[in-house]
Write a protein that binds this ligand. Sequence first.
Ligand SMILES: Cc1cc2nc3c(=O)[nH]c(=O)nc-3n(C[C@H](O)[C@H](O)[C@H](O)COP(=O)(O)OP(=O)(O)OC[C@H]3O[C@@H](n4cnc5c(N)ncnc54)[C@H](O)[C@@H]3O)c2cc1C
Ligand SMILES: NC(=O)c1ccc[n+]([C@@H]2O[C@H](COP(=O)([O-])OP(=O)(O)OC[C@H]3O[C@@H](n4cnc5c(N)ncnc54)[C@H](O)[C@@H]3O)[C@@H](O)[C@H]2O)c1
Length: 504
Amino acid sequence: MPTHPPSSLDKQVFDVICLGSGWAGRVLAARCVASGLSALIVEKELIGGDCPFWACIPSKALLRPAEALDDARQVGGARERLSSTSVSVDAESVFRRRDLYTSGWDDTKVAVPMVESSGAHIVRGVGRITGVKKVNVTLDIGGGKYESIDLEARQAVAICTGSEPIMPDIPGLLDAKPWGPREATSSSVVPESLFIIGGGVLSVEMATVYQSLGSKVILASRTPELLPSVDSQAGEIVRNKLESRGARILTSTEVTLVKRDHSSASVTITLSADGHSQNISTSEILVATGRRPVVHHLGLESIGYDPALIETKSPIMVDESLVVKSISSNSSPWLYAAGDVNGRALLTHTAKYHGRIAANAIIARARNAFPSQSSAFDSFSASADRTAVPQVIFSDPVVASVGLTRKVAEQKGRDVSTVTAPVRTPGATLHAEGYEMGWAQWVLEKDTGVLLGATFVGSEVSDLLHASTVAIVGAMRVEQLVHAIPCFPTMSEVYLNLVDAAGV
Ligand SMILES: Cc1cc2nc3c(=O)[nH]c(=O)nc-3n(C[C@H](O)[C@H](O)[C@H](O)COP(=O)(O)OP(=O)(O)OC[C@H]3O[C@@H](n4cnc5c(N)ncnc54)[C@H](O)[C@@H]3O)c2cc1C
Ligand SMILES: NC(=O)c1ccc[n+]([C@@H]2O[C@H](COP(=O)([O-])OP(=O)(O)OC[C@H]3O[C@@H](n4cnc5c(N)ncnc54)[C@H](O)[C@@H]3O)[C@@H](O)[C@H]2O)c1
């Protein structure tokens, strides 16, 4: 039952109205309220958005038990307590742990109180823009009845509607009722075999989860390498580990036909690679072929936004303070788009960052204090989107990267060099005797030595990343980084290996 139907609203005018209660909308609303503005969040599903229920939190909750078991297996003294090397995670307990972290998909336990304690108002329903600073909210209350309310924003409306999975147009796929990210993160069933379409972040993380739970995993990527968004060596290391544990990885491969036999519950997949085709049988399929922004049915046409951009489901174009471009309006900037919907980086931490930047801009404009000239490091510009987006891929081993890869830097016409080093430090070997997979790389601007990108691959490397993020944002030169002394014996001594490799 909806807890905050439209009829529960005691006013129709708010300073700020957010469509969507994911991290982008929640951070934006909370910051505006903390500055004395009133804010309303409109949400059509669970309050909290994707991250706590169907994305980051359940996926990482599912990954952690196998990681902990692996760590124990690599450390003498702990290893001996495991009765045999074939000990694996207990699937039922893994799912139970995941259910705790998602609060059983009940948003009233954590997410609603969190928003309410921020002082933002919440209403359940589908939000739609009906004109400049105007929003309509409709809620289906069952029995063919709807509740609806027209609202007005004094300062701003923020589109924080997130993204949705892309379903590729493969004959038979829809009829086979494949899993998407929601089913993969909320399932309490371990399929005997799982065929994953896609070779990106979600594919690799879910391959790791279901392999650890006992499924036979087959992954088909149309790209020649796994994880094409990071440096190819990182994708190669992850591929080798998945294969060493029994997964079958098919690259440069297209799925051309899917056929589910509803009587036997098995699915036959037809694949094509190098002009040859083959059939593979599986019990379940996961589609992990990327996401696109939720821009349809938002009423954007009512304010002159190009219908072709809505039709093609293109990300909403925004300026540096995340104001929507290309709408017909004579009033000062009032419409913002934050998080996945603007397509800049589809990550929770960037959604939070966008919420912060857009809120800062809304507050400054409400106070007539918005600067006439913007600069990269003012608090109203989402400049990190262009230079220093960090991402941790929770594969085995973990891949943590920030900034430019060599390939992207070169595509941008930058003259760069790379230095690489093993994550082989006293800290790493103390962490785990079997620490053999660690690898790190910096991308440096050739003539200045300024750090542009960093990648770390290995167990427990995720927290190594932030130091490189700070160095990239600060445009630090590798000579300066010699003076950032990492502690002994920690894994951060990989930074010594990198400055050594850079010859400084
Ligand atoms: C399986 C998986 C794992 C992931 N793991 C990570 C991770 O480990 N780390 C990371 O940084 N990122 C991760 N991501 C990405 C992350 O989940 C997203 O980037 C993040 O949730 C985006 O937040 P958002 O606020 O933009 O949108 P969302 O969280 O998607 O919120 C948008 C909300 O808007 C609502 N909405 C849409 N239209 C309307 C409307 N018309 N009216 C009212 N409400 C509406 C939706 O119901 C939704 O609740 C993962 C994604 C997936 C799929
Ligand atoms: N740890 C994290 O930060 C995390 C985890 C999961 C998801 N996410 C985010 O969620 C988003 C979605 O993840 P994703 O893995 O679905 O997207 P992705 O963009 O990372 O990867 C999709 C992959 O699917 C491939 N593909 C597309 N169509 C295909 C087809 N018909 N057949 C075979 N392969 C095909 C693409 O080449 C691409 O490599 C990403 O932007 C990601 O950043 C983040």
